[in-house]
Design a binder for this molecule. Structure first.
Ligand code: SF4
Length: 473
């Protein structure tokens, strides 16, 4: 198995005024945190039979707070955890690290590149000091310019820019300047988010108290301006908030939207193992100190015990069926022996099951045994997984595949979405391809035939109403 991996680094120089992510203020990442992540990676790879990683995303927090040595240790640990020691990364492995402008440095860029990282995601948000101060960002315009300069000169791979539209004091000219700036500096991928005012954040408090002026409608307009401009410049909207030049879409995030099982390491990181009859989502403990304590001090017994228990259960079950691990369940066809990259896995490890067509009860037990570390564990029944499949796939302009939906959930996707193909809409200006049983589907869903396969996707306008559409499903 080669799942996508997310690694969370929950430390930031300071807390931004709008942020409610799990992160703590710290001047650097404690080295013991990185060692704890390495231990969890080792456990996950053994428990889930990870031959290699399909993609890796180191996010935060601020991963660029890692020193060059710790970054190298983390990258080596990610590779070392995979069971196929000769090829721990998929041939086309996309490996991203998030960086904040004020922490970008030449040594860090060079170290990241030498470790195999091939994509940066840089949190610019808005290059205007007045806006940056209002939202409590640490970086200044000058930091952002310096970071872009360093990336241009010392980063040999791609980079993606994070921008936020709808910030206090931000104007249409700011958005235009920011898009100009990232384009001029070579970004081929842009995430354009709209500001969400989260309860309990200082920014929301200040706006509610009238200390910072804020106009919600104007904010929405700004996002639309940004979207239009990005598209005009050749960045195609391939997901609600993501735009890329063709061929530069994020592979890692694409795996989430396509509902592939993935693993997460680090405090607060989540992983999801889709399966039948139950899928499992874990969110690692939201406390970095406890996380470190568990994985460095308490986990030894746990990992040995669980590896042993999982192996024992699985081998008993496999014995009964005359199988060994190399014939376990996997995402594709249920036959792990087909996965040549799985090499060297311990017997009895639990394969991640994307879509869960063939997962069985014993496998389910193994998954739970493998996840018996401090985390919040959520069972995903088939109805939940089915809804999530629709929700994530419809975020993308690629859409949801009718055949895949049928194979995973055994139903007719068009009917589920409320589409009724019999009454085709003829007018060119009308919604594409067909009308629907409900008004929302008729307006916002289009049918796309691609390479002989049928997909249902939100229209460009429909993407703006995705949440409303899902509420009515
Ligand atoms: S840098 Fe990112 S994760 Fe850290 S506080 Fe700011 S928005 Fe949150």
């Amino acid at each position: 198995m080669k799942p996508p991996l997310y690694v969370h680094i929950p430390y930031c120089l300071q807390k931004c005024g709008y942020c409610d992510f799990f992160s703590a203020s710290a001047p650097c990442v404690p080295p013991e945190y990185v060692r704890a992540v390495a231990r969890q990676l080792e456990h996950l790879a053994r428990a889930f039979c990870v031959g290699g990683w399909k993609s890796v995303y180191i996010g935060g927090g601020t991963p660029s707070l890692l020193g060059a040595e710790d970054l190298e240790f983390l990258c080596e640990s990610i590779k070392a955890a995979a069971l196929n020691k000769e090829a721990p990364l998929d041939e086309n492995c996309e490996w991203t690290i998030e960086m904040n402008p004020e922490t970008v440095s030449r040594p860090l860029l060079e170290k990241a590149a030498s470790c195999g990282i091939n994509r940066l995601s840089v949190g610019i948000q808005c290059k205007n000091d007045k806006v940056l101060r209002a939202i409590g960002r640490r970086a200044s315009e000058r930091d952002i310019e310096k970071a872009a300069e360093l990336i241009k000169n010392f980063w040999p791979h791609e980079w993606s820019a994070d921008l936020i539209a709808g910030l206090p004091f931000q104007t249409k000219e700011d958005i235009e300047r920011d898009i100009d700036f990232v384009e001029r500096n070579g970004a081929k991928h842009v995430s354009l988010y709209s500001l969400t005012l989260e309860d309990g954040t200082p920014l929301k408090g200040a706006i509610d108290a009238g200390k910072i002026p804020y106009d919600e409608e104007a904010a929405e307009e700004l996002w639309l301006d940004g979207r239009d401009l990005l598209e005009k410049r050749g960045f195609l909207q391939y997901e609600v908030s993501n735009f890329a030049r063709p061929g530069f879409e994020s592979i890692h995030n694409g795996a989430y939207w396509a509902q592939e099982s993935y693993l997460g390491a680090g405090a607060g990181a989540a992983g999801t193992i889709y399966g039948k009859p139950t899928g499992w989502r874990y969110t690692n403990i939201l406390d970095a100190a406890e996380y470190i304590k568990f994985w460095l001090e308490e986990a030894k017994g746990f990992t040995d015990l669980n590896a042993g228990r999982a192996n024992q259960e699985a081998s008993q079950d496999q014995e009964a069926r005359g199988q060994d691990c190399s014939q376990g369940l996997n995402a594709g066809d249920g036959n792990c022996s087909q996965d040549k990259n799985c090499g060297g896995q311990p017997k009895g490890c639990t394969n991640l099951n994307a879509g869960g067509a063939k997962q069985e009860a014993s496998q389910d037990q193994n998954v739970r045994a493998a996840l018996a570390f401090p985390c919040q564990l959520e069972a995903l029944d088939m109805a939940t997984q089915e809804f999530e499949y629709i929700m994530t796939n419809l975020r993308t302009r690629r859409g949801a595949s009718a055949a895949e939906y049928q194979a995973r959930y055994g139903g007719d996707l068009a009917a589920r979405l409320g589409c009724k193909e019999a009454a085709r809409v003829q007018n060119a200006g009308e919604p594409k391809g067909f009308t629907g049983q409900n008004a929302a589907a008729a307006r916002w869903i289009e049918k796309i035939e691609r390479d002989g396969e049928v997909f249902y996707a939100m229209t460009r306008e429909g993407l703006l109403f995705l949440n409303k559409f899902l509420e009515e499903l």
